[in-house]
Write a protein that binds this ligand. Structure first.
Ligand code: ADP
Ligand code: MG
Length: 370
């Protein structure tokens, strides 16, 4: 029996997208199928490297092709790519945002970046928090950026992460308060566009806290896959968190989900997790906006010592604290993949059967200011 390309396409309808609940054929995720010398070359519109969902779908595709007595050869197509993007080689730009400072935005950004790099993903980290650029400190970076022949900024690399920071551009005497508005916009666009990132799977952006101009500049200048919103249980009730989520919604930027940080206290002496602020706040907020709760990370002295020791905690293997960030990595990459594939599949975000709904179905009930 000779198998033709249509038969392969038909066969691959048996592979289901675990996040979107449809088969990959109907979703339009199979771009190209070509048979050559007993090898079936299949290109798929996947865009979340190292995500467990896309890896599992890849395995399923190979399985189905082997059933047809062909050798599978999978590749990822980039047909969705926007040639006009200022960052054509960066697959996913992921802002890490929060309503206010001190909630653990930088901790989440650096640890998630480290966890991603550990899988082999090509990772960049942009420290855009002009009011407290402390990523170089947390990662223990002393190297300074270089300059390419084309006068592009060459980011220093540590633990497999390419890092750019506002801290590199401003000196100790720069008063952040003097850098409001257009200056910040300009610095941020410069940092993004004038940096030679090379090919990246994930570029995480540690955004300044708040819901103002700086955040909007980023959303305007580069295509953002989706944002991660970090909050503490203490701050969940604050209107700032809601404003932040709404800002992304209003601009049509998907919110990948909410990270509740310091959600409980992991007691170093008894080993139990104690709830300090009650529980369920993050879950309630996620439900209110119809976005996933990505993680509940306990307050853990190990996490603090991780950042104080200038090494993110994920560098320390097999600790309870590191485990939280490895779980977060899995959830975030799967969510990124789902958002991208939903776009390829042209799923209607307003359809309530669509598992990821970037817009809130209705205005949130609680409205504490405005
Ligand atoms: P932000 O970037 O939002 O201002 P940081 O990430 O700098 O916040 O965190 C503020 C402080 O809290 C830092 O000293 C950090 O080490 C500590 N911290 C953050 N998350 C945790 C956690 N889950 N457990 C213990 N300490 C934490
Ligand atoms: Mg910070």
């Amino acid at each position: 029996m000779t198998v033709d390309e249509d038969q392969i396409r038909e066969r691959l309808r048996a592979v289901e997208d675990p996040a979107l609940g449809q088969d990959i054929g109907s979703l339009g995720l199979i771009d190209d199928v070509r048979i050559e010398d007993g090898v079936a070359h299949v290109s798929v519109a996947f865009n979340a490297p190292y995500s467990t969902d896309e890896k599992a779908m890849g395995d399923r595709i190979r399985e189905e092709i082997r059933e047809l007595d062909l050798e599978p050869e999978l590749s990822v197509s980039l047909s969705w790519e926007d040639p006009d993007s200022p960052l054509p080689d960066v697959r996913n730009v992921i802002p890490i945002a929060s309503g206010k400072g001190g909630v653990g935005k930088t901790t989440v950004a650096t640890n998630l970046a480290t966890a991603l790099a550990q899988t082999g993903a090509r990772v960049g980290l942009l420290d855009a928090d002009i009011y407290g650029p402390n990523v170089p400190g947390m990662l223990g970076i002393e190297a300074q950026p270089g300059l390419t022949e084309e006068n592009l900024i060459l980011p220093p690399e540590v633990d497999g992460i390419k890092l750019m920071s506002m801290a590199f551009l401003t000196d100790d005497d720069t008063d952040p308060a003097m850098l409001r508005g257009p200056m910040v916009d300009k610095l941020l666009s410069e940092l993004i566009e004038e940096t030679q990132w090379g090919e990246l799977d994930y570029l995480l952006v540690d955004l300044p806290p708040g819901t103002g101009d700086e955040q909007l500049t980023l959303l305007q200048s580069v295509p953002v896959t989706g944002a991660v919103v970090v909050t503490t249980p203490e701050d969940i009730a604050l209107s700032d968190v809601r404003k932040g989520i709404r800002m992304f919604h209003d601009r049509g930027t998907p919110v990948l989900g909410i990270v509740e940080n310091m959600s409980s206290f992991l007691c170093p002496s008894c080993g139990d997790e104690h709830e300090l602020y009650g529980s369920g706040g993050g879950a309630d907020l996620a439900a209110e906006f119809d976005v996933p709760l990505l993680a509940e990370i306990p307050m853990d002295p190990e996490i603090r010592s991780g950042s104080d020791a200038d090494k993110p905690v994920t560098v320390l293997q097999e600790t309870a604290a590191a485990e939280h960030f490895l779980d977060l990595r899995a959830v975030v990459t799967n969510r990124i993949g789902a958002v991208n594939r939903a776009i390829v599949g042209e799923l209607d975000p307003d359809d309530e059967d669509t598992p990821l709904v970037p817009m809130p179905q209705q205005e949130p009930k609680v409205e504490s200011d405005q």
